[in-house]
Write a protein that binds this ligand. Structure first.
Ligand code: UDP
Ligand code: MG
Length: 325
């Protein structure tokens, strides 16, 4: 069942969800900047004065939770949720969205390091007042990221776009959605969550707002290349079965090559040229074994996903909240 959509015209109650993993160095600054932004959207009549922030501690090992508790005491418009361990960025966002969905008209997610332009929030809320249901933040360029990360991102977005044409190029997890869209998201029970793919799947009228990505405010990226690769792989295997089809195409291609080689051998026999050496045989065996292994690997990946899905494990567990247990 879906909640009713917010009434356009009146100020909207906004909740900004911020996933935090070992972010003790940035939180104070982030909270100040975001509260100031909410003040400015309230002044513009776009948001209510009781709009608030929800900081989700994703099992941090540093003083992040202590900091969140401190900020919640200091600012009535700051709430905190502590997950029982590190469930990952996507699940931390989901924990915040689902917990706060009944308490807000619009739910925005943004990273703790404020690499995304907070001024764009004003534009996002304008779009909601115009009747849009989801607004995607889209990065104009990635100059501040390391060269390796830029290349990785470019390859990743092109691949995702090729395999899933609903994907939005340059969109990460900076987006706003109304509470009804979040209620619809709750109906997607999958364990392998990839929010960038799920929101476009929900549908409704959406808009994009563009911004230039900034440097991380403090600390280091919490996305190691390993986590980044795993997110990319999630984006592909949770949304498309293209890799499975590729295995089939590859098989067909190998078949054609086999026919070619077969014809060549027959030709060699007819004209009586050189005796076939073992090298070509070994190479062929190795090639086909490799193809088989790749195919099995890809299929295994999907079987693994099915295994995780059928278990229906919770995607996050909340340890405590600044609002009480
Ligand atoms: N994050 C999280 N759990 C994790 C890893 C990251 O909640 O396991 C949060 C992190 O605190 C930040 C956001 O996800 O708010 C994005 O991470 P980061 O800025 O390090 O990624 P990058 O911008 O380098 O891709
Ligand atoms: Mg970042």
């Amino acid at each position: 069942m879906s909640a009713s959509p917010p009434t356009p015209g009146r100020p909207l109650k906004v909740c900004i969800v911020i996933p935090c993993y070992n972010e003790e160095g940035v939180l104070g600054h982030t909270v100040n900047v975001l509260l100031a932004q909410l003040d400015s959207t309230a002044q513009a009549g776009l948001s209510t004065t009781d709009s608030f922030l929800c900081l989700v501690d994703d099992g941090s090992r540093d003083a992040t939770w202590a900091e969140i508790e401190q900020l919640a005491r200091e600012f009535p418009r700051v709430q905190g949720l502590k997950l029982s361990s590190n469930f990952g960025h996507q699940n931390a966002v989901i924990a915040g969205l689902f917990t706060q969905r009944p308490n807000a008209d619009i739910l925005i997610s943004i990273d703790a390091d404020l690499q995304d332009d907070v001024d764009v929030i004003t534009e996002m809320l304008r779009k909601h007042h115009e009747g849009k249901r989801v607004v995607y933040g889209v990065r104009e360029d990635r100059e501040v990221d390391s060269f390796g990360k830029q290349i990785a991102a470019r390859v990743f977005y092109s691949m995702i776009k090729w395999m899933n044409d609903r994907a939005i190029k340059g969109h990460a997890d900076f987006r706003s959605a109304d509470s009804r869209v979040v209620a619809d998201l709750e109906r997607f029970n999958e364990a392998n969550v990839y929010l960038r793919g799920l929101f476009p799947l929900i549908g409704y009228s959406s808009a994009e707002v563009r911004y230039v990505r900034k440097e991380r405010h403090a600390g280091e990226s919490k996305y190691s290349y390993r986590k980044l690769m795993s997110l990319a792989w999630q984006g592909i295997t949770s949304f498309t079965t293209t890799p499975l089809k590729l295995v089939l195409y590859l098989g067909l291609l190998m078949l054609v090559i086999c026919f070619g080689i077969g014809a060549w051998i027959v030709w060699a026999l007819i004209v009586g040229t050189a005796i076939q050496g073992w090298a070509s045989t070994v190479v062929l065996i190795m090639l086909f074994s490799a193809m088989n292994m790749i195919g099995l690997g890809i299929i295994g990946e999907y079987v693994g996903k099915i295994y995780r899905e059928v278990k229906q494990r919770p995607r996050y567990i909340i340890d405590r909240s600044t609002q009480g247990e």
